[in-house]
Design a protein around this ligand. Structure first.
Ligand code: HEM
Ligand code: FES
Length: 720
């Protein structure tokens, strides 16, 4: 019973429309516009709820779980709330944080690295097949493919579950609205799902290694309560499909409707993440959920009573003209990703990285293959919670392959183990002709039989070559790229390569050059050393590896370049350690510095050189493909109340380092968006990398998100 809301609603502007009706869904953006103009909060007499309409107030409420509670459910009516009781979405901390930690484990960015290649291969194969067909449906043929094939696999349900996931998910989102005809109809389907879970959810039936199998294994080992399993399984079952399908359908529709945006994206693929997020903002796959007030509270100047149900209108906040310029326009150049399509605060979407990975992989596969996208009139899918198209007619025009984009067929002539987990591969053209001219620092795209394309630097340095040599590291999480080159590719295998591209060239006429290689970063650096030697130029090369066994090409480098090459292996007893200060000694900032390797290594070299006066124009780096700005200089964290000092390594987060030493802090998204892990800073200067705090908050340096931020000072003292 929510009697108290009726006492107060008279003070709030009313909007007399039923927000779960077909008419509202069809005209929702005009309704939302009128509701926002009425005020940041409106009263909806037809369903007896308040609704937050504007971006700023919505964000504030979503981040205040203490007042805007999810524990009584987030559906539109009491029935729907009861039906979804107990799932992570319908809890508050601390129970929420416990469950979220378990459910989010396979969805965190690091864990998703293990599925990246699989997703990219599936996206490439799908796009290639659809380009051949030319015309297809943007929803059933395009948007549904990855969620329905891959995600159901990852969840790992046995037969009977997998085929029904889509139907169950859609029904669950109807029940999460109100029990109108759609909600009531869906109840039957939900009952079917519950019964299936009851009869089939036994650990032995899930695909080994899948998310659900791992869940039950953890419960068997006593690491999590058994009661969490069916609830978390529902967290996987319901939200992973319709949401992503909706956003992907919106993406292809908008790219077809806005050909200039598609052209821009093709010209500048670095806009891919913006494009995916913009589709989520504009489409807002989840139209709304609700919260229940734990006390009387004023928001946006509107008094709301304890116990009131409040709709969180994500779809309205995302088009608030007070926050977004031209909010109804699909614009991939927006550089502000703070939309509310994935929510905000502790309940921020646990699967957003997976959804974005799927969407980004599709765009990556489309860019080289599709010149133009045309779309017809979409038809709406009616659901109480999900905004989606039921179908969108799409026609694509295949991209013309220009000479520079054409693949060259090559044969593998040498396949050699150079060091632990590193092979070298020498390739020549299949028709016996010379390969295209190559400069030091260049790389090629290699296309494997499974369709996946990977970039590898050329480590040989002949300018007019009959062969290229590549050095390839087996990536631990690779499923089809480097592992295929290690295990499947053999002497005689045929591959396809692109013409060489060079984003890491040597600067002509430089007086002296310093070359820095970390691990497999040696490949472009090797070709640079050869080119400099053949010019008679002055250079020194510093090559750092984790162990001697993982140092490739050492003998060759030393025999060619003698004592200009300095090798540092972390495990070599008595041998010199890599010290950047020493390596820079004797060189002044007029010389050019080149660096390739892991992110932490590059950051270490670049920041040390900058401190010693090197100008940006004299520092040249090449990062490994797909590397994001993570890690950096090591630093110390003092956990004041725990009385511990902990070193944070270059490639780990503060959260991980603290956890390693027994200080377990609550966390949720682990990507800097939800704010769960934020703690007070007592001393030191954080290097803020989160998206949660505002610019002003970051400026005060009073609080830091330990899941992603680092330190500018040598030490950070935290109030933990
Ligand atoms: C474009 C795709 C997606 C969109 C737009 C989306 C949207 C959202 C939103 C708005 C919330 C916040 C709910 C709240 O405020 O109460 C949420 C939560 C959640 N999402 Fe997603 N989602 C997407 C994909 C996924 C995927 C692929 C998964 C995979 C399993 C997933 C799992 C979850 C879970 C478990 C929660 C509850 C988190 C919590 O309560 O802590 N979502 N999602
Ligand atoms: S855990 Fe979400 S911001 Fe750190």
């Amino acid at each position: 019973m929510r009697a108290s809301s009726t006492l107060h609603h008279r003070d709030v502007a009313a909007y007399d429309f039923e927000p779960y009706s077909d008419a509202f869904i069809e005209g929702q953006h005009a309704h939302f516009h009128r509701m926002r103009d009425l005020g940041p909060v409106v009263w909806l007499p037809q369903i007896g709820s308040f609704a937050i309409t504007r971006y700023a107030e919505l964000r504030e409420a979503l981040r205040n779980w203490q007042v805007f509670s999810s524990a009584q459910g987030v559906a539109g009516d009491d029935f729907g709330c009861k039906f979804t009781a107990g799932v992570t979405l319908s809890t508050d901390p601390p129970r929420h944080d416990e469950m979220r930690k378990v459910l989010a484990a396979p969805l965190l960015p690091k864990a998703l690295e293990s599925v990246r290649e699989r997703v990219e291969i599936a996206a490439t194969l799908l796009v290639e097949a659809l380009v051949k067909r030319k015309s297809f449906d943007g929803i059933s043929d395009f948007a549904r493919h990855l969620p329905v094939t891959l995600v159901t696999d990852l969840v790992g349900l046995p037969e009977g579950g997998r085929e029904n996931m889509l139907k169950w998910a859609s029904a669950a989102f109807n029940v999460l609205g109100v029990q109108n005809a759609r909600g009531r109809e869906s109840l039957k389907t939900i009952e079917e799902m519950r019964e299936w879970i009851l009869n089939n959810a036994t650990p032995d039936r899930f695909a080994p290694g899948s998310w659900t199998a791992r869940l039950y294994e953890r419960a068997e080992k006593g690491e999590i309560p058994k009661s969490y399993c069916p609830l978390i399984m529902r967290d996987y079952l319901s939200p992973a499909l319709d949401t992503t399908i909706s956003a992907t359908g919106q993406l292809i529709y908008q790219l077809g409707k806005n050909p200039e945006q598609w052209e821009m994206l093709r010209r500048d693929p670095s806009l891919i993440p913006n494009a995916a997020n913009e589709a989520v903002r504009l489409g807002s796959p989840i139209r709304s959920f609700t919260r229940t007030l734990t006390c009387d509270f004023a928001i946006g100047g509107v008094d709301l009573p304890k116990g009131a149900r409040v709709m969180m209108l994500y779809a309205s906040g995302n088009r608030d003209e007070r926050r977004f310029a031209n909010p109804d326009q699909f614009d991939i150049t927006r550089d502000d990703l703070e939309h509310l399509g994935f929510g905000s605060g502790v309940h921020m979407c646990a699967g957003m990285n997976l959804a974005l990975l799927e969407m980004k992989s599709l765009l990556k596969a489309m860019i080289p293959r599709i010149e133009r996208i045309s779309v017809g009139k979409p038809t709406l899918a009616y659901n109480n919670t999900i905004n989606a198209f039921a179908s969108v007619p799409v026609t694509v025009q295949a991209a013309k392959q220009d000479q520079s984009a054409a693949w060259i067929d090559v044969t593998v002539h040498v396949h050699n183990q150079e060091a632990e987990d590193i092979v070298s591969v020498e390739i020549t053209s299949c028709d016996g002709s010379d390969l295209p001219r190559v400069e030091a620092g260049a790389h090629i795209d290699v296309r494997l039989e499974n369709g996946i394309v990977r970039q590898y630097s050329i480590c040989s340095a002949d300018t007019q070559p009959s062969r290229y040599r590549l050095g390839i590291l087996r990536e631990p999480n690779s499923r089809g790229g480097s592992v295929a080159i290690h295990d499947t590719v053999k002497v005689g295998s045929i591959l396809k390569i692109s013409r060489p591209k060079n984003f890491f060239p040597l600067i002509d006429n430089s007086v002296r050059s310093l070359l820095f290689a970390g691990g497999i970063g040696v490949t472009p650096i090797m070709s640079m050393a050869s080119a400099l030697a053949s010019r008679g130029a002055d250079f020194e090369m510093h090559y750092a590896v984790r162990s001697k066994a993982r140092a490739a090409f050492v003998e060759e480098l030393q025999s060619k370049h003698g004592n200009r090459v300095h090798l540092y292996a972390d495990d070599a007893i008595g041998a010199p350690r890599f010290e950047i200060a020493k390596a820079l000694e004797g060189s002044d900032p007029s010389c050019h510095l080149y660096c390739c390797g892991p992110e932490g290594f590059i950051n270490h070299v670049v920041s040390s050189a900058s401190e010693r006066g090197w100008d940006e124009s004299h520092i040249h780096v090449e990062r490994f493909a797909g590397q994001t700005v993570q890690g950096g200089e090591p630093f110390s964290v003092v956990a004041q109340r725990s009385n511990k000092t902990i070193e944070v390594g270059p490639d780990e987060t503060m959260l991980e380092a603290l956890g390693r030493e027994g200080i377990d802090l609550p966390s949720s998204c682990q990507t800097g968006v939800c704010g769960t892990c934020i703690v007070d800073v007592l001393e030191g200067t954080p290097d803020h990398r989160d998206l949660f705090q505002s610019r002003d908050e970051k400026f005060t340096n009073k609080r830091v998100a330990v899941c992603c931020s680092r330190a500018k000072s040598k030490t950070l003292v935290l109030d933990i």
